[in-house]
Each structure stands twice: as C-alpha cells, then as structure tokens.
Design a protein around this ligand. Structure first.
Ligand SMILES: Cc1cc2nc3c(=O)[nH]c(=O)nc-3n(C[C@H](O)[C@H](O)[C@H](O)COP(=O)(O)OP(=O)(O)OC[C@H]3O[C@@H](n4cnc5c(N)ncnc54)[C@H](O)[C@@H]3O)c2cc1C
Length: 542
C-alpha cells in the first residue's frame, strides 16, 4: 500500500510522489465533458522559472543556533514552503509567480533550538510559520508577514523522535514525523495510531495536532485531538507542558488550547497519543441506501446504538453517481452491479462504505450487529469487493486532482459538521450555494458530498466541486464559490470546519463560530504566549 512507505519530497506543484501519476479513464473524461464541458488546460511553469521576491537578509544568530546547513535560502526550498495544498495554493504555484515566499527555511534539531529561534525572532521582529508537511488546505502555511518585514518558515522535520510505552499503550512522537514514518516506527512495537487522513503520506504529527485532524477511520479510532493525552508547546514566552495522565480535573485543559492553535501560539515539539495494537483483521464492505435521508438515518442508528464501524462514509446521490461513473471498474462488473441495484431498486442510491478493524472475533461480532441495523434500515448489501476497492484507493484522490488540474478543471473540497437534526438542511443549502455560485460565473459544475466522521449527535459533511477553470480568473472563481459555501454553512449554523482547520481562509468566520468574547479570549492567550505577535500572522484569528 502506498501509504505504508515513507515518501520523498512532494511534487512541487501538486500532490504526492512525483514519480506516481494516476490518470482518469476515457469513461471518466467523457462523463466530465458531458456534464461540465471541456476544461482549459494550462501550461505549467517549470520550478526554476517560478518568480519569488528576493529573500531579506536574516540575523546570523539563526544560523549560529541551528547550524548553517539548517538555514535554507535556495530558490527551490523557498518555493516549496511558500504554499499549502488547497486549490488556490496549486493555482499560484502553477502560475509561476508567487507574491511571497519565506526569506529562509530554518530546520531546528531539538526543542531547545526551537526556543532559541523564537527568542531571536521575537527580539528581531521576524514572523515565524511552523511547517509540518505543508498539506494545509486552508492557507495555514501561507507566508503572511503581518506587520513584519522578515519571515521564516520553521520546518520541523528534524524533530522525529519516537518512544512507545507498551504498558500504557501510548506513544510520544516528534512533530516532524510524517504519517508513514510514525506508523512504521509504531509497527515495530505492534501498535498503530489508527490515524489515516487522506493526506497521510505527507502530513505530520505536529500538523495533525495543530490543525485538529480527523482520519478516515475516526469513527472508530477517534480524531487526532481525541488521541492526544499530553503535549509540549515551545512558545516565544516559554515552554508549556501538560502532564501525561489519562485524565485530569485540574481546571480547563491547556492541552485543548494548544490543539488547534495552528502555529499561532508556538511550536508543538512533542505529542503523546494513545495507540492500539495493530489490527489483526480488517473487513470492509459497501452498502447502498435508497437516498441520502435513508442513508443518514441508518448511520445515525449505528451511531446511536454504539454500533458504528471504524470507517463510515456515506456518499450522496451525486457522489455515488460520479464515483460509479469514474471508477475503474470494468464495464462487465459495473453492469452487473447496476443490474443488481436496479433489481433492488437502488439504482439512484447512495453508497455507504463501512470498515471494521481489530481482533478477528470482535470484527465479526461488530460487523454482524451493524449488518443487522443496516438491513433493518433498508440498506442493500453490495458485498466486500466495493469496500475493499475503496480501501485500496483511499489515498488516490489527490493524485487525480492533479490530473484534473492538468486537464483545466477547478477541483476543491470543503467540509463542515452539524447535529443530525440539521444535517440534511445543511447539505442541501451548501450544495445549492456551491452550484449557484458556479453557475453565475458561467461554469456550471459537479457538486458532490459525503457524510463521514459520525457521532451519536451528528456528523461531518465533505463537499467536492469540479468545474472548468476560468483562465486568468481562477482565484476569483474559487473565492466566489468558497465564500458562497462558507456563508451558507454559517447561515445554517454548521461549523466552518470539522477537521481542515481555520488557517487564513476561515479566519473571518471565527466571529460567527465563537463570538467576539471568544475571539478576545483567544487573543489574550496569544498576547501572553506570543507578545510580539510573531507566530503565524494572519491565521486563525480575524
Ligand atoms: C489531499 C489532502 C487530503 C487531506 N485529507 C485530510 C483528512 O482526511 N483529514 C484531515 O483532517 N485533514 C486532511 N487534509 C488537511 C491537512 O492534511 C491536515 O490539516 C493536516 O493535519 C496538516 O498536517 P501538516 O503536517 O501538513 O501541517 P501543515 O500543513 O504543515 O500545517 C498546518 C497548520 O499547523 C501548523 N503547524 C504544523 N506543525 C506545527 C507544529 N509542530 N507546531 C505548531 N504548529 C504547527 C502550521 O503552521 C499550519 O498552521 C488534507 C489535505 C490534503 C492536501
């Protein structure tokens, strides 16, 4: 599985291993042409020709602290840390012109060096952007200078220690470990975090904690913030450490304050998280619900009967149709599935992928209980093949996004969450807002959604939209749709983000999310930990 190996540097203008290319089949391209028209392919600039402003000189004390080899000022290093991996990031990278890039990339080798770097930057007035895998899709690693003239990116890859406490089933991990590196080290002790976001190949432990990431199996293993039991934060004002105990009633949890702080309070230099034995058995299966309402009903029934599978992902009608249309499944097999679904009157339904992981006996028992609830909720079993196919291809989406960009399409995702009683309304309103915003720009598109990360009281919704790009106005096109979707989310009372975080793109919605006093409270904490305001300016707070 791709995810199990440690990847090298990411494609500088897109996602993933530069050697790995995935192509859409002819059927998928024909479907795109039929539904949204042809794209407008762009000519991507080569890396060497990407224009970035020249770097400002930095104090020699930085190189004296981390060593000269750990201060990178070369063009490629600066370009590679100048953007995350959302659609607007990719548009800017591919355009060959970046408004800004860090003046240097600094790689501290231990928490003491982090502390010293922050001290120098605070004194000298240099903005600092903590950088894990750079996979933020909300502008979290954008080099925004705020009031400062100089800016460094603090790449944390050299902080990669691993310590496993097999008795307590916890692991203490360096923030710079990428997903596969962490899992490889944990596997040597027979344990796993069970945290597998789609960005797993490149995202890091520090980024998971700083942006409150949720993996694809979060319904079973828990979101990353739920796994964390303790962490260390090096802030410009000093070090904040939380105690490594399973729980404490000693006041509000400082751990919670650091989780989701997105580099605005300091640098997370160590994370202790709960781990589990590597599962002996994995069982994946797919089901078909007749529509989104009945699918959501059955996922809610699972969640409220304490019978949730570890992975639950319910596609809406549009996502199901597009997934079937774009899948590599050969004609014969697809026709067979189609005939079966028609027979069961589910040919326009919603696919539900479920996965169970753990001890063989527990997996079978949990599967049997869930299958009973699924059947009584009207879902039709499609067997294990489509479930396994989803498991095999779970990290392929971002590679296909590159292919779509090459073909001249805009592809973007956004997510939210709400309680069950408001979830369908949220789905319909956000979907309609995205569709209308695309149409008003003369680029009607495909809008799909899936429900995942289920809880007894609600679930997350994850939208994807695809439309031909508007050459020369890509960012304006994206902004119009993103604003319409975000406004619809706020209007419907959903959260502006369930797991992508706030970054730059969602900062202006934080007032709606936590209110003015909430903003002032977070600002007061920031003022105490980061008095000069050097940490990740322009992110999280409006
Ligand atoms: C293709 C794709 C798929 C994705 N799928 C998912 C998914 O399934 N689930 C999900 O939750 N997210 C997903 N994301 C979003 C992203 O991967 C997550 O937010 C992830 O947690 C970011 O990790 P990172 O190491 O890349 O962090 P970065 O992008 O490097 O940083 C994210 C934020 O955290 C800060 N930060 C990073 N490290 C530290 C640190 N040590 N201390 C303090 N601040 C720090 C940064 O300054 C920034 O504000 C996806 C992104 C992409 C591009």
């Amino acid at each position: 599985m791709t995810a199990e190996r440690s990847a090298g540097p990411m494609k500088w203008y897109g996602w993933g291993d530069p050697e790995r290319r995935l192509s859409l089949g002819d059927g998928a391209i024909a479907m795109l042409h039929a539904e949204v028209g042809e794209g407008h392919p762009d000519g991507r600039a080569p890396l060497e020709s990407v224009v970035v402003p020249p770097p400002r000189p930095l104090p020699p004390a930085l190189a004296e602290t981390v060593g000269p080899a750990a201060v990178l000022t070369g063009h490629e290093h600066r370009v590679r840390r100048a953007a995350g991996r959302g659609y607007p990031d990719l548009v800017r990278l591919r355009s060959g012109r970046l408004d800004d890039a860090p003046d240097a990339v600094v790689l501290p080798g231990n928490p003491a060096e982090v502390a010293r770097v922050l001290e120098i930057c605070g004194r000298e007035g240099i903005a600092v952007v903590p950088f894990g895998g750079g996979t933020s899709v909300v502008g979290g690693v954008e080099p925004l200078r705020g009031k400062f003239e100089r800016l460094i990116t603090l790449d944390l890859r050299r902080l990669h220690e691993t310590r496993v406490d097999r008795t307590s089933l916890t692991a203490t991990l360096g923030p710079g470990l990428r997903g596969p590196e962490a899992e490889e080290a944990l596997a040597a002790h027979g344990v796993t975090l069970g945290h597998f976001p789609q960005s797993f190949e490149y995202a890091t432990i520090g980024g998971f904690a700083a942006a409150r990431s949720a993996g694809q199996a979060s319904s079973g293993y828990g979101r990353f913030d739920e796994l964390v039991t303790a962490l260390d934060l090096v802030s410009p004002a000093g070090e904040l450490s939380t105690l490594e105990t399973p729980h404490t009633a000693a006041g509000p949890a400082l751990r919670e304050l650091v989780l989701g702080s997105e580099g605005t309070l300091g640098v997370i230099t160590q994370v202790t998280a709960r781990v589990r034995p590597v599962p002996k058995r994995r069982r994946y299966a797919a089901w078909m619900a007749s529509n989104l309402a009945s699918g959501a009903f059955v996922v809610r029934a699972l969640a409220q009967s304490d019978a949730l599978p570890d992975v639950v992902r319910l596609s809406d009608e549009a996502e199901t149709r597009v997934a079937l249309g774009m899948s590599g499944t050969g004609g014969g097999k697809r026709a067979l599935t189609g005939a079966y679904l028609r027979l069961r009157r589910r040919d326009h339904g919603c696919i539900l992928v479920c996965g169970w992981e753990g001890e063989a006996e527990a997996v079978e028992r949990r599967h049997a209980i869930a299958a009973r609830i699924l059947r009584s909720g009207g879902a039709a079993g499609l067997g294990s093949a489509p479930g396994r196919a989803w498991e095999r291809s779970r990290y392929e989406g971002p590679y296909l996004r590159d292919e779509l960009l090459d073909l001249g399409y805009m592809v973007e995702t956004l997510e939210t969450a709400h309680s069950w009683s408001r979830l369908e309304e949220l789905h319909d309103e956000v979907r309609a807002a995205i569709g209308a915003a695309l149409a008003t720009q003369g680029t009607p598109g495909i809008v799909t959604c899936h429900l995942s990360h289920a809880y007894p009281d609600g679930a997350s919704l994850y939208f994807t939209f695809i439309a031909p790009r508007r050459p020369g106005s890509e960012l304006e096109q994206w902004r119009t749709v993103k604003t319409a979707a975000s406004d619809a989310i706020v209007e419907a009372g959903g959260t502006i983000t369930h797991h992508h975080g706030v970054g730059r793109d969602h900062a202006r919605y934080m007032r709606a999310e936590i209110g003015e006093l909430g903003i002032e409270t977070l600002r007061a904490v920031k003022d105490r930990l980061d008095p000069a305001g050097i940490m990740n300016p322009g992110k999280l707070l409006p």
